[in-house]
Design a protein around this ligand. Sequence first.
Ligand SMILES: Nc1ncnc2c1ncn2[C@@H]1O[C@H](COP(=O)(O)OP(=O)(O)OP(=O)(O)O)[C@@H](O)[C@H]1O
Ligand SMILES: [Mg+2]
Length: 414
Amino acid sequence: MIQGNTPVPTADFYVGSVLAPEDLKFRGPFISDLWEALQSHHVLLKAPRRCGKTSVMEHLRHFPQHGYSVIYQNVQDLSHPADFLLAILDNFRDAHPDLFHSLVNGWKSVTAWLPKAEVLDFGEFKMKFREHEQDYREHWRQHGEALFAQLRSLNRPILIIVDELPDMLLNLRQEDPKLLRDFLSWFRDKRCDPAPKRDSVRWLLGGSINISSTLDAMSLLDRINDLEDMPLPELTPLQIESFVTDMFDERRVTYEKEVPVRLRELLGRPIPLFLQMLTLNLYRSWRLQPRKLKVADVEAEFALFITSTAAQDKLQHYYTRLAKYYKEPALSQAHAVLNHLCLADESGASRGTLTNLVDSLVPGGKLLPTHERKRLFLQLMRDLENDFYVTEQQPDRYGFASGIMKAWRRKHYA
Ligand SMILES: Nc1ncnc2c1ncn2[C@@H]1O[C@H](COP(=O)(O)OP(=O)(O)OP(=O)(O)O)[C@@H](O)[C@H]1O
Ligand SMILES: [Mg+2]
């Protein structure tokens, strides 16, 4: 918005934090789709890191529709079902203190010790629950049953948003694979009975890593097959260019018309965080030295960005997370594929070349039957694609998904 001669920026730059709902652009249609899907399903919201999942969740929480009371809970660091249930309960108390007494009404193991809600501080409910129910972990199922029953007895729409659930599932697997199985089975049964259409409670489960292949490898994929898959859409070329144009125009930045296009090209498959960071850097460079920004300025800022500590902080994660989620030999194979692709030109690399590379890293590789080697190769590429590292840019040709990640990897690790 521009008032008189004074530009008044309508949207701030965000370089890592969750967007305030009023600054969230481009997600309107997707948010409508989400609310619609939630009418009759529980939903799995998927997207790679730094693409805007939490911002969308925050929007749902801030502007609930259809009379829902919303709870948002990040469960990234939790490693036990009891802590998961308790976190939701605790959060409910903090987010909806007015409803909380109705929620626990008749729930003896809580009302026996619960003081008036107003007396509790934020987060205090959880502590008190643990104090009074010292074996709460052992009896997680029983508490879970009670929580579901109490939520349903409220008889009003409740939406529970759980962020980073796949991380919690991996934590569970690490602690005790049986606990993961038990929890997934129990949680699915509870979600599905009654069917969502006849239930007042909805779950929106989200995460930034691809849990499917992990669950598949444990034959547990059917434990989440009731969820409606809703991948967060990628920003379109037009949206990216309009983001740059709006941010510049609102700040009266002058630029050649090719500038937004070049920025989009350099980004490759767009990760919104990097779009924000590059646009902000260009804006700062213009503010320092007002001029008409040119394509050469975009290229110079891109090169500077790749070597900056800000980029290092944000990008290192994409490197180290491989070790967390990929087991050998897939880990070495993934690194080999990415090292090869970051050195390739824009046409990427052929499936044949990558198959040979991957084969050479299979222990006893050449001894495996061809169809088995092919299966393992395709699985690796599918995981790398789902995790946003690579893309099949033409049939049988792969390339790096993000231009920034490609340039950064070439600089630091190839
Ligand atoms: N709609 C959008 N428009 C522009 N930039 C966005 C948008 N959504 C997200 N971003 C950018 O992405 C960054 C991360 O957003 P957010 O935390 O919502 O993503 P996330 O997918 O939850 O990330 P993480 O995987 O780290 O949990 C924001 O700080 C902002 O730079
Ligand atoms: Mg997030």
